[in-house]
Ligand binder design. Structure first.
Ligand code: NAD
Ligand code: ZN
Length: 361
């Protein structure tokens, strides 16, 4: 048996107002007067007070990210080209000394992806998979402004490519630095706060009920789940702090465990029907009573408390070809199903089972 030797984020700052320390963090990377930093910022923050606090110097580059679609390999390649053109025009083709990703899971994943693609040749689609990245990334800093995905802690950046939705998983993907400032969660729309938060809750339920779980992953997963329960079932003045830590710890837990049935089904919804990750997970989780009875019961309590109403009947109008594609996408995720059923998962995960679950959504 070989155990994973996984990399975690080496430096992190946590606390309200800690965003203001980004300038100090970047100062450590800026060695020459003209060294430049690239800020990849979710455009939801444009013209907001946070934008004015970005510690950009005149030689730096700020790119406002369009996250209406979840990150695609084509978008990553276009952003990388933008940065390369900027650097050839203004910096004699010297690369940036740091890339900062500021926003939700989408912006965090784009920050990781661009930092990787600036040092690895070819298109990002050719690196979708496990440990295909050859060279260390540019120094990169992740700063979440919505919590739940665990992208700030993980070793992947999830990308939709020409023929699959799959991350660039590698040790080089992991952020060099994260800043967790609960103040930045201000302004998140309530339903989106719930969907992204549920990503974390569902990660924990799937991991804790999975066959891959060990004591390391359980320690993080149980604490993360406890924090999710506090945030979504109770009322706490410091619930932003709690959710931010739940997200980070959920990400740490996944390093030594795996997600399960809900994520497999949600990947299908996202790849074929374009559902975003958080809401796709909620739609899928709501039909998984038989897989996670306690988890689903509590999830419904949380939905009720926060007046969340999920779309229903979403697969009714779906063509046979699209349904098949969704079933193929979901059943192709071997590690997730092995985490649900163990080594003999193939006997259980039949097209009929998946079709039945999808038709309930
Ligand atoms: P997101 O980044 O798409 O953001 C959701 C919405 O919230 C967007 O409209 C965004 O503009 C808005 N938003 C973010 N911060 C805000 C703020 N402070 N105020 C107002 N609006 C704000 O959503 P997400 O759920 O955080 O991330 C989903 C993405 O993360 C998916 O692409 C998914 O594949 C990926 N993901 C990655 C990992 C990983 O380990 N790398 C894990 C899970 C999910
Ligand atoms: Zn997830």
């Amino acid at each position: 048996m070989k155990f994973r030797n996984f990399k975690t984020v080496p430096k992190m700052i946590f606390g309200r107002g800690s965003f203001d320390q980004l300038d100090d963090v970047l100062a450590d990377e800026r060695q020459q007067p003209n060294d430049f930093v690239v800020f990849l910022v979710d455009q939801v923050h444009k013209d907001k007070p946070l934008a004015e606090r970005i510690p950009a110097q005149p030689q730096d580059m700020i790119i406002w990210l369009d996250v209406s679609d979840e990150p695609k390999t084509t978008y990553v390649d276009a952003l990388t080209l933008n940065v390369q053109q900027f650097s050839s025009q203004h910096h004699a083709s010297t690369p940036p000394v740091s890339v900062v990703g500021l926003g939700g899971g989408s912006a965090l994943d784009l920050g990781k992806a661009v930092a990787l693609m600036l040092t690895n040749e070819g298109g990002s689609a050719s690196y979708q998979g496990w440990d295909l990245i050859k060279h260390p990334a540019i120094h990169h800093v992740g700063i979440p402004t919505i919590s739940g995905t665990g992208a700030e802690a993980s070793r992947t950046t999830v990308l939709t490519g020409p023929d699959k939705k799959l991350g660039m998983n590698s040790d080089y993907t992991v952020y060099d630095q994260i800043i967790m400032d609960p103040d930045l969660l201000q302004g998140v729309p309530r339903d989106q706060w719930f969907y992204t938060g549920m990503d974390c809750y569902i990660h924990n339920i799937e991991a804790l009920n999975g066959t891959y779980i060990n004591e390391f992953a359980r320690a993080f997963g149980e604490k993360s789940l406890d924090l999710c329960n506090q945030v979504f079932l109770e009322d706490h003045p410091d619930s932003d702090e709690k959710l931010m830590m739940a997200s980070y710890m959920g990400g740490q837990s996944i390093a030594y465990s795996q997600v399960g049935a809900c994520h497999a089904l949600s990947y299908g919804l996202s790849y074929v029907m374009g559902y975003h990750h958080g809401i796709g997970n909620c739609i899928a989780f709501d039909v998984l009573d038989e897989f996670y009875p306690e988890g689903v019961k509590t999830f419904r309590k949380m939905m009720k408390k926060h007046n969340i109403i999920l779309p229903k009947g979403i697969t009714k109008e779906l063509s046979e070809a699209d349904m098949d594609k969704m079933i193929r996408t979901a059943s192709g995720l071997a590690p997730l199903w092995e985490n649900v059923y163990g080594a003999n998962w193939k006997e259980k995960v039949t097209p009929e089972l998946l079709r039945d679950l999808y038709s309930k959504m």
